[in-house]
Design a protein around this ligand. Structure first.
Ligand code: G6P
Length: 367
């Protein structure tokens, strides 16, 4: 039957609150609770010997793919190429025979992603698709589908499908890491434990709603916003900027924090707030020094971090949102939630049509 809003003002708000459940349901499909190991459905190819993965998607699904790339490289030592589907389909890159084409799509109907899939198939890639709609054109044309258990997503701007996609990609990277002999069973157990911890940690993110609203009040007054992140936080920044543009119509741009000095630093002044995603971990200090540079130029800093990173950032940033500290592997999943919440809160302040932003479609089936 029709999906209701369950008392929420918008589908986007409802779907944001579904993150914890959706992550949990998606992981449940891929993790055996008894052994706490990742169990993928039978693949018609061998992850151990796959020479390369080619990742493609559009919109938010593409940013999920970027995070997937970091994981496949670091956890499974699998070489990865990645591009948006609208470029991939015409670039016609020569692909290594027997490689894995990894497609990501909520709808399974996006025209560019489907065309890229067909191009990969023509070059004898094994097609693995991460899809939310499992009765879709892409599902029929794939060798194997890993489903995201996000349920129907009604809001045009994707939210819960994104963390569900990440949940699948994390499991894929773990399975590939084990099969490729990169990951010991202790390491696998540790990564799985941190994944299984995500649903309850994700629930705690909503405790930060007041601080996120405070941030939204600043962002709603801006014409341009700069999002920053490094490593797997860079795609989180891209997702945050995309979501803000989509639902609030405020111009936002995301940059890899280390690249800021090569251009966007010239934009920084009081009027261009900076939204940075800076979880604790290996890249924390690096990003911190980029933020110090931005601060020195008069930038207003809005920071998403975790409880462990918060102390160092409080003196520097105007507003700090600290969500639970998790390990570096799962941090991008959790850090996505508050950046999406921020976009929603800004849209509310701007009074836009949150679930149906102008000019956008849920599923883009034309080129
Ligand atoms: C549209 C939607 C986005 C979505 C993108 C890709 O632009 O508005 O939210 O990320 O399509 O859609 P897909 O169904 O392939 O994930």
């Amino acid at each position: 039957g029709a999906v209701g809003k369950d008392g929420y003002r918008h589908y986007m708000e409802k779907e944001l609150h579904e993150h914890p459940v959706v992550i949990g349901q998606t992981l449940q499909r891929l993790i055996d609770p008894a052994t706490r190991r990742v169990v993928l459905p039978d693949l018609p190819f061998d992850l151990a010997s796959v020479p390369r993965a080619v990742v493609t998607a559009c919109g938010s699904a593409f940013y999920a793919g970027m995070i997937g790339r970091y994981w496949l490289e670091s956890v499974a030592h699998l070489p990865v190429d990645i591009d948006v589907a609208s470029e991939m389909r015409y670039r016609d890159p020569p692909l290594t025979p027997g490689g894995m084409g990894l497609l990501i799509s909520q709808s399974g109907e996006t025209a560019d992603t489907l065309a890229a899939l067909r191009g990969m198939r023509a070059q004898r890639q094994h097609i693995l698709s991460v899809l939310n709609v499992e009765q879709s054109t892409m599902a029929r044309e794939s060798d194997v589908v890993l489903g995201t258990a996000a349920g129907p997503e009604i809001s045009v701007a994707s939210t819960k499908a994104f963390t569900a996609q990440l949940s699948v990609l994390a499991c894929l990277a773990i399975a590939a890491g084990r099969q490729r002999g990169v990951l010991s069973s202790d390491q696998e157990q540790a990564l799985v434990a941190s994944l299984l911890d995500l649903p309850s940690r994700a629930g705690e993110v909503f405790d930060q709603s007041d601080a996120i609203r405070e941030m939204a009040a600043v962002i709603a007054g801006a014409r341009d916003v700069l999002y920053l992140g490094r490593g797997s936080s860079f795609p989180v920044a891209l997702e945050g900027a995309l979501k803000l543009k989509e639902v609030s119509y405020i111009h936002a741009e995301a940059y890899a924090a280390g690249e800021m000095k090569h251009g966007p630093i010239s934009l920084i002044d009081q009027t261009v707030p900076i939204v940075a995603t800076v979880p604790s971990g290996r890249l924390f200090e690096k990003t911190l020094s980029n933020l110090q540079e931005a601060r020195a130029r008069g930038g207003r800093l809005m920071v998403f971090t975790d409880t462990q990173g918060a102390e160092r950032l409080r003196g520097l940033a105007e507003i700090v949102v600290a969500i639970p500290t998790v390990d570096e592997f799962t941090a991008p999943v959790l850090q996505t939630i508050p950046v999406q919440m921020l976009a929603y809160e800004v849209a509310l302040l701007k009074g836009t049509d949150v679930d149906q932003p102008r000019n956008l479609a849920k599923s883009v089936t034309v080129e």
